[in-house]
Design a protein around this ligand. Sequence first.
Ligand SMILES: [Zn+2]
Length: 66
Amino acid sequence: MDDAERAEHHEQMARDFALSLRKPVPVRRGRCMSCGKALEPELIYCDRDCLIDHEKAIAARMRNGK
Ligand SMILES: [Zn+2]
């Protein structure tokens, strides 16, 4: 996977994430939104696992009404 493909992959993850919440989400780039690890400036997750973990955490929070 080259850099352009990788950036596109992460854009797709960001879109998937926003869609999963069905509302606009403030996206903070350059740091994993799941585990907080520092990343390249355009990235928001280390990998798909962090995306999934973060979606699960948010879904759990929403189920709890917070
Ligand atoms: Zn992470």
